[in-house]
Write a protein that binds this ligand. Sequence first.
Ligand code: THU
Length: 133
Amino acid sequence: MLSNEMRQRLIDIAVQARRWAYAPYSNYFVGAALLTTSGKIYDGVNIENAAYPDGICAERVAIFKAVSEGEREFSAIAVVTQNGGSPCGSCRQVLAEFGLETLVYIADAEGNLLQELTVSDLLPGAFTPKSLG
Ligand code: THU
């Protein structure tokens, strides 16, 4: 559980980050903000490409930024879109790699919280590092 203040802060950062989304093909702009257990926040946006499959989602940008800085434990991620879209399958899988209990806040572009769940809720029966034995 995060404090209401921290939860809203995370959502607000995702709302602000969304301005930098590069989505000229879909025009679907996504912002994310990831909170580490050490209290740092990494934001991310979706970045599309003229070669369509080479684009990447906002959530994964935030996660990869954090992991590339040495972070591996996450408390929560906020995802902001125009209409409260839910993280895609690939982002669910990448989130699951680092913990099934990470909280996921789904919010709209005005920063209204629409849904609060865990990675485990989003990806039941996830294939995780433990699955490799
Ligand atoms: N997108 C995200 O950034 N996150 C998701 O979880 C779902 C989809 C992006 C990818 C693409 O740039 C655009 O939204 C439309 O699919």
